[in-house]
Design a protein around this ligand. Structure first.
Ligand code: NAP
Length: 463
């Protein structure tokens, strides 16, 4: 039989240091016989709060102070720059931890599934987001901003972020923490128009009201909505009356105000279009995207929400750059089952389950987007993580097999053996202090280290 818990403590590994990972850690640490080690494949913690939230939304990033407070617990350790599936396996973790929870999010994007999607100049919006936020894996990406018109497919909040950043003036961006390479590229941008394409009507648009309202407040871009796109079809009318439609009514009000605005002559135009879908991206002889073939849609009633159905009205829109922003997607975790249709790990209230038997797989859990899919704001992960924590704590109380070596020293030796260049939380706090210091000198919240090598060099430098 395995050893008893060190000092009466249970030890838990949480994999993925984004909001779900921190909120889960917080709930677990509320029991003082628990210790948590939080792993991330990147050297920096915070996940999408660092690499997803737009640089001009600095206030949203303040939540990292909450994460830092959670990390201050003496029963917490961070192992950044350690990848499960590369440096360590799930079995390695099970040898040293009572339970393992994955909070790895949704690390890739959904595709549109249309011809021409792989032409040069056609990108996932998530790549652009990671690039302007200085994600080490995306720093070397190049986006051709010498083009006149950019199309963004999708009308969710990520699409809004991308469109807004493309329309911001250099003066609006230079006091943010946008990556330096992105600031330089956006300064030289010759983009004149950004067109967002919604496949359904304005009433079904996924963006939230605060986010869309902000599009009407840009210093360098006029927002444009075609009045015809706002005529509410009977299907939306019925749906709106059936639901508690206050937020939708507000959204329509904002869009109606936009549609009535005259052009003021700002250098850029941001156009929001509805009831259109791309059918194909058309390239030139060099394989670069040049045009988008679009079809006009109409709405049909469907189970939960009206769905878009193509009509026979087709049009073409010139565009030199296309971003698909049609949602994130989870990726499989080695050693765990995966629901390929939904892009999540099959689970029951956070307990990973075998899809064939429906039985829980012992000591394996999930929280956040990899548990429920890529929906909701940062705070949604708090209640989501609470559900998983409840299941984990109930299983600990119920008892069961213990790890072979449940000691903190054993887990540390394991990590040191495979990745000596791991980043601890004190290391991270030093990096963060240097980023903030560099920012203060430039009137910015921080100047980010964008390469992993740079960040690792700073983490243990004296002083
Ligand atoms: P999302 O909210 O799910 O939006 C996806 C968009 O893509 C929808 O407009 C969807 O239209 C459209 N779409 C899907 N498949 C399509 C297709 N084949 N062709 C054309 N359009 C298609 O996803 P997201 O924008 O990636 O955001 C993910 C989550 O992060 C959301 O919960 C979002 O609110 C959150 N987030 C929040 C903020 C913020 O608070 N500031 C910022 C960024 C992200 P349908 O509705 O017709 O499916």
């Amino acid at each position: 039989m395995s050893a008893p818990p060190e000092q009466g403590r249970f030890r838990i590994a949480v994999v993925g240091a984004g909001p779900a990972g921190f909120y889960l850690t917080e709930r677990l640490l509320s029991r003082d016989d628990l210790e948590v080690d939080l792993f991330d494949r990147l050297p920096a913690p915070y996940g999408l709060v660092r690499y997803g939230v737009a640089p001009d939304h600095e206030k949203i990033r303040n939540v990292t102070r909450v994460f830092d407070r959670i990390a201050a617990s003496p029963r917490f350790r961070f192992f950044g720059n350690v990848e499960i599936g590369r440096h360590l396996t799930l079995e390695d973790l099970h040898r040293h931890y009572d339970q393992v929870a994955f909070t790895t999010g949704a690390q890739t994007d959904r595709r549109m599934g249309i011809p021409g999607e792989d032409l040069r100049g056609s990108h996932a919006a998530t790549e652009f987001v990671a690039w302007y936020n200085g994600h080490p894996d995306f720093c070397d990406r190049a986006f051709d901003l010498s083009v006149e018109r950019v199309v963004v497919v999708g009308v969710g909040n990520v699409a809004v972020d991308v469109a807004r950043i493309l329309c911001r003036t250099p003066q609006e961006l230079e006091h943010t923490d946008i990556a330096d390479h992105a600031l330089a590229a956006l300064r030289a941008s010759r983009v004149r128009e950004v067109v967002m394409l919604g496949r359904r009507g304005p009433a079904q648009a996924a963006f939230t009201n605060a986010e869309v309202k902000e599009l009407g407040e840009l210093a360098g871009a006029d927002v444009r909505v075609l009045p015809d796109d706002l005529a509410l079809d009977p299907v939306s009318q019925v749906a709106l009356e059936a639901e508690d439609g206050a937020a939708t009514r507000k959204k329509l009000e904002i869009l109606t105000q936009f549609s009535r605005r005259p052009r003021t002559g700002k250098p850029r135009v941001l156009t929001l279009r509805f009831l259109v879908s791309p059918l194909e991206l058309i390239g030139d002889a060099d394989g670069r995207v040049r045009r988008v073939r679009l079809v006009r849609n109409r709405l049909e009633p469907a189970d939960r929400s009206p769905r878009a159905v193509a009509t026979d009205q087709v049009e073409h829109l010139d565009a030199g750059l296309v971003f698909r922003s049609v949602g994130y997607r989870g990726v499989p975790i080695v050693g765990l089952p995966f629901d390929h249709r939904r892009g999540v790990v099959p689970n029951a209230a956070g307990r990973v389950v075998d899809p064939d038997t429906g039985h829980p797989i012992p000591r394996c859990y999930v929280a956040g987007w990899i548990k429920r899919g890529p929906f909701g704001v940062i705070g949604t992960n708090k209640s989501d993580a609470a559900g998983t924590a409840e299941a984990m704590l109930a299983d600990l109380v119920a008892g069961g097999p213990r790890p072979l070596d449940p000691t903190a020293a054993g887990a540390l030796a394991l990590v040191q053996g495979v990745q000596a260049a791991f980043v601890s939380y004190p290391d991270w706090m030093r990096v963060q202090a240097v980023e903030t210091e560099r920012g203060a000198a430039a009137g910015r919240p921080r100047v980010r280290f964008t390469s992993a090598a740079e960040l690792l060099a700073v983490r243990r430098s004296p002083g």
